[in-house]
Design a protein around this ligand. Structure first.
Ligand code: GTP
Ligand code: MG
Length: 273
C-alpha cells in the first residue's frame, strides 16, 4: 500500500473512509499528514485554523481506499469549529509530543472530548485509534519514554507508533498499519476485530506499572505504609513480583517495574530489623 500507487478501478472493492487527527496544538499532527501525503516537512509552525481537509487515495490489499482526512486544530480556541467533525469517523490519529509531558497527559481529555461530541449513542469501540509518539528526533528533550506511551495505548487496544515527521521515521509504517486495521474493521462489518481490541496484559498489571513509575519512595512503590514490618514488605513484594514477573507479564515497562520493585524491597529490608 502506497499513497502514490497507480489508480486501479475495481467496482465494489473501493472504500471511502473518514480519518481525523487529534492532540494538543503544536504536537505535529499536520506535519505527520504532510510527511505522508506530500513527502515533505515544514519546520515553521503554521497553526491549523479550525480544520484542514484533504482527500487521498491509498491501496490496501486489493482495495482502493479513498481517505477523507480532517486535520483538527489542537488549540482550545477552535473547539467550536472542530467539535462538529467527530461523527462518522473510522480512524483517529492521536498525537503527542514526546518532549511535552502535558501533551501526553492530555490524551485522555481528547478522548473525553470526542466521546462527549459523539453523544450517548456514539460508539468509540469500533474506531481504530493509532497513537503517534511524535518528535522522536528531539532525543535531548524527550520526557515520555516508549514504554509509558505504549502502555497507555495498548491498554486501550490502540495501535502505537514512534514517529518523527521531521525525519520521516515511523510515518509510513504507522499509516500502513492504520489503514490496514481500518480495512479489517470495515470487512468485519464495522466492528473492531477481536485480536486488535484486547491487550495482552491486564488492567491490574498496567495500573501497577503506572503506580510504580509514579511512586515517591520505596514504601510507596511496594504500596505499604512507611515503617511497615518485614512481613508486610515481603508480602507486598511477592504480590507485585507475581503480577509483574517478566515470564508472566508482557506489558510495556514491566521489566523496569519488576526491577524497581526488587530494588525497593532490598533497600527497605536493609533498614528493618
Ligand atoms: P495545531 O495545528 O496548532 O494543532 O498544531 P499541529 O499539531 O498540527 O502541529 P504542526 O504539525 O503544525 O507542528 C508544530 C511544530 O512542530 C512545527 O514547527 C513543526 O515543524 C514541528 N514538528 C512537527 N513534527 C515534528 C517532528 O517530528 N520533529 C520535530 N523536530 N519538529 C516537528
Ligand atoms: Mg495542525
Amino acid at each position: 500500500m502506497e499513497a502514490n500507487m497507480p489508480k486501479r478501478k475495481e467496482p465494489g472493492r473501493s472504500l471511502r473512509i473518514k480519518v481525523i487527527s487529534m492532540g494538543n496544538a503544536e504536537v505535529g499532527k499536520s506535519c505527520i499528514i504532510k510527511r505522508y501525503c506530500e513527502k515533505r516537512f515544514v519546520s515553521k509552525y503554521l497553526a491549523t485554523i479550525g480544520i484542514d481537509y484533504g482527500v487521498t487515495k491509498v491501496h490496501v490489499r486489493d482495495r482502493e481506499i479513498k481517505v477523507n482526512i480532517f486535520d483538527m486544530a489542537g488549540h482550545p480556541f477552535f473547539y467550536e469549529v472542530r467539535n462538529e467533525f467527530y461523527k462518522d469517523t473510522q480512524g483517529v490519529i492521536l498525537v503527542y509530543d514526546v518532549g511535552q509531558k502535558d501533551s501526553f497527559d492530555a490524551l485522555d481529555a481528547w478522548l473525553a472530548e470526542m466521546k462527549q461530541e459523539l453523544g450517548p449513542h456514539g460508539n468509540m469501540e469500533n474506531i481504530i485509534f493509532v497513537v503517534c509518539a511524535n518528535k522522536i528526533d528531539c532525543t535531548k528533550h524527550r520526557c515520555v519514554d516508549e514504554s509509558e506511551g505504549r502502555l497507555w495505548a495498548e491498554s486501550k487496544g490502540f495501535l502505537y507508533f514512534e514517529t518523527s515527521a521531521q525525519t520521516g521515521e515511523g510515518i509510513n509504517e504507522m499509516f500502513q498499519t492504520f489503514y490496514m486495521s481500518i480495512v479489517d474493521l470495515c470487512e468485519n462489518g464495522g466492528k473492531r476485530p477481536t485480536t486488535n481490541s484486547s491487550a495482552s496484559f491486564t488492567k491490574e498489571q498496567a495500573d501497577a506499572i503506572r503506580r510504580i513509575r509514579n511512586s515517591k519512595d520505596s514504601w510507596d512503590m511496594l504500596g505499604v505504609k512507611p515503617g511497615a514490618s518485614r512481613d508486610e514488605v515481603n508480602k507486598a513484594y511477592r504480590k507485585l513480583a507475581v503480577l509483574l514477573h517478566p515470564d508472566k507479564c508482557v506489558a510495556p515497562g514491566s521489566e523496569d517495574a519488576f526491577k524497581a520493585v526488587v530494588n525497593a524491597r532490598t533497600a527497605l529490608l536493609k533498614n528493618i530489623k
